[in-house]
Design a protein around this ligand. Sequence first.
Ligand SMILES: Cc1ncc(COP(=O)(O)O)c(C=O)c1O
Ligand SMILES: Nc1c(O)cccc1C(=O)C[C@H](N)C(=O)O
Length: 411
Amino acid sequence: MSTSPDLVPAHALDAADPLAAHRDRFVGAEQPLVYLDGNSLGRPLRVTGERLRSFVDEEWGGRLIRGWGDVGEGGWMDLPLTLGDRIARTCLGAAPGQVVVGDSTTVNLYKLLHAAAALRPGRTEVVLSADDFPTDRYVAESVARERGLHLVWIEPAEPTTGVTDDEVAAVVGEQTAVVLLSHVAYRSAAIAPLAAVAEVAHEVGALVLADLSHSVGVLPVQLDRTGVDLAVGCTYKFLNGGPGAPALAYVAARHHAGLAQPVTGWMGHADPFAMGPGYEPAPGVRRLVAGTPSVLSMQPVADMLDLLDEVGIEAVRAKSVALTTFAADAGRRLLPDARLGSPADPERRGGHVTLLHPRMREVVAGLWQREVLPDYRDPGGLRLGLSPLSTSFAEVEAGISAAAEVLAGLA
Ligand SMILES: Cc1ncc(COP(=O)(O)O)c(C=O)c1O
Ligand SMILES: Nc1c(O)cccc1C(=O)C[C@H](N)C(=O)O
C-alpha cells in the first residue's frame, strides 16, 4: 500500500503536541524502550515514588494504627469513598457518593452481578457478550450457577464494531435481570453505546452493569448521564495505579437503598468497630467495602488524578484520538498485509488499536526481544495500548516500524 501523501511525521506531531511535556513526568520515559501496553499496566509517575516514601515515613510510620480513624474522620477508613469520589469527578461524570475503590475488578463484578440479580428478584437471565474479557464471562457463569440464572450470549456480528444497542434489544426481555457489557472492548477497543444500551435495557426493566476497565482515565464517561446502573473498572491501566491497584465500583444512587452484595465483611458494616452480632450494611456504596481497604495500593492513583485534573480528561481524549489515528495510519502504511482490528472511526474507538495478521503472535514475541512492548491478543492481534500522557507519536511509529521489520524477517 502506498504512503499517505498528507501523513504528518511523528516528530512533527510530538513537537505540536500540547501534552508532550507530561511524558517526562513518568518513570522510564527517558529510556529507549518502546512501551505500548499502557492499557494493561500504566507507567508509574515519578511523583508516586515520593508519595509512597512519605506515606511510609509519615502516615504509616508516624500515625500507625491511628491512621485508620473512624468513618467520616478523614483517615484511611474514608479512602475507598474519597478516592472513589475523585475518580467519579475527574473521569466518570458521576456525582459524589456513588463510587468506591477496593478489591479487584473481578471481585467487584462478583459483588455487583449478585447485587443486580437481587435488585431484580424473580428475573432469570443475564445478558453478556461472548467478546467480554474472560474474567467477566467466568464470574457471570459462577453467579448464574449460584443464583440459578441463565446466561444469554450476544455473539457480536463484527468484532470491530463491538456490542450494539440493536444486538442488546434483540435479546433482552421481561426475564432479563442485568446486561453486562464492556464500555471499551479489550481486543478491538470498540466503544459500546452505553446510553443507548441502558435505554433498551430499562425499557424491559433490566439493569446495566458496565466494565469501564479500558475507558476510565482515557475517555470521558459521563456515567450518570448514560443511565448505567452499575459499573466496575481497573485503576492500574489508564489511571496508573500500579500492579494490582484496587478497582472501582459504581452504583447509581437510585439503587442504594436496596443494594445487597454477597461479601458481607465487617468493613461494609454500618458500624464496624461496634463488632456486633449480625451484619447490618453501611449506608450507600460503603457497603461494597468487604475487608480492610488496601490503603498502600490506593496511593498512586491519586497522583494520576492530580495530573488528569491539571490536563483535563477532554484533552486526554483528544490526544488519545490523535494517537490511535496515527497508529491506524502507520499500520496501513508500514504493515500493509495487516488488517485494522479496531473501529476505523475514531469516535467509535477507545484508547488502543489492534492490528491483525496471522503471524502477530510471533511478531509480538520478536518485539519483546527488541525492547518494544505491545500486547498480543488472540486471534492474531497486535494490541497497541496508547496512554495519552506517557506515549509519544515517535514511540508509536518506532513500535510499528519494528513490527514491520520483525514480520519481514520471519521465515
Ligand atoms: C475488561 C477487563 N475487565 C477486567 C479485567 C481484570 O480484572 P482484575 O484486575 O480483577 O484481574 C481486565 C484486565 O485484566 C479487563 O481488561
Ligand atoms: N491484569 C493483568 C495482569 O494481572 C497480568 C497481565 C495483564 C493484565 C491485564 O490487565 C490484561 C488486560 N486487562 C487486557 O485487556 O488484556
